[in-house]
Design a protein around this ligand. Structure first.
Ligand code: HEM
Length: 268
């Protein structure tokens, strides 16, 4: 069975971040309204929500597909794209592309159909918020440039230990989560697997929930996320990771912010 890589979902994560900062068109127009206000959603906000939806759908679909459920993955992508199609009227070319791929996919076997619709999701992301510089395909995957499993495990172990100790991260959420030895070991293992997924490594992610579900309701703030990112930077420095690889990993980490942080800092 061919696998749908998690890589483009990760690139999508970075794209998502860019979408929030720089992307989009700022003119309001007909369409959905901002929650509770009755006002049209600004294009920028609409684009941001579209890319968030596409990103999360691609993550979920990859997981379902890699577990062998091609039909489930296809149906998930189909449902997502059917819903997005009507929201893309401010981007007629994308809307047309979505229609064509949905029609094409309906004539294919689920495995192929999932790939076709995944292309449509990726195209939406790449069009709305193109990555300024794509990955350098001549280089080995980041996982291997970081030194493979032993090296990444050493980084993750130090990083999680540092997070546990830092009150600015507040990993235990004021003592609500018991961070005993088995729980810390569990979090280290899942973080290692997540880093493998993010950097093109060979380990399967064994977590039962996606990142959004795992952190839902924790009210994690931007400042807490910043503190965690700063610890990752310090850990990479401590392990003498080259600047290029360190920056790549930090970018991938940063791309998870929109699904982790629930309490956003105000923009002004
Ligand atoms: C300040 C930010 C964060 C806080 C306070 C936090 C806190 C937590 C807590 C309390 C859990 C345990 C949840 C449970 O057992 O139900 C958890 C799980 C986890 N966190 Fe975070 N987290 C943060 C950021 C992140 C980030 C940025 C990542 C990844 C890049 C991450 C990856 C994970 C993973 C992989 C798990 C395990 C998920 C599972 O149990 O299925 N966390 N986090």
């Amino acid at each position: 069975m061919s696998r749908l890589g998690g890589h483009s979902a990760l690139v999508a994560g970075m794209i998502l971040l860019l979408a929030g900062r720089y992307g989009g068109l700022a003119q309001p127009g007909p369409g959905p309204t901002a929650q509770g206000t009755g006002q049209p959603l600004e294009r920028l906000e609409l684009d941001r929500r579209i890319v968030t939806t596409v990103y999360e759908t691609a993550l979920l679909g990859t997981d379902i597909y890699n577990k062998g459920n091609h039909e489930g993955c296809y149906r998930l992508y189909q449902g997502c794209l059917l819903a997005l199609e009507s929201l893309l009227d401010h981007r007629p070319k994308l809307q047309q592309m979505v229609r064509e791929k949905l029609t094409l996919a309906s004539r294919l076997k689920p495995e192929e159909a999932a790939h076709v619709l995944r292309e449509a999701l990726d195209e939406i992301q790449n069009t709305i918020a193109p990555s300024p510089k794509g990955p350098d395909l001549k280089l080995p995957a980041l996982w291997f440039r970081l030194g493979g499993e032993a090296a990444v495990k050493a980084i993750v172990d130090d990083f999680v230990d540092a997070c546990v100790k830092d009150p600015k991260v507040n990993l235990s959420r004021g003592g609500k989560y018991k961070l005993d030895v088995p729980e810390i070991a569990r979090q280290k293992r899942l973080m290692l697997e997540l880093f493998s997924l993010l950097t093109g490594g060979p380990l399967e992610y064994s977590g039962k929930r996606n990142l959004k579900e795992a952190h839902a309701g924790m009210q994690i703030t931007d400042a807490e996320f910043d503190a965690m990112a700063a610890l990752l930077r310090q850990t990479l420095e401590k392990h003498k990771v080259d600047k290029r690889e360190a920056e790549e990993l930090l970018k991938l980490f940063e791309a998870t912010r929109p699904v982790i942080v629930e309490v956003r800092r105000s923009k002004d």
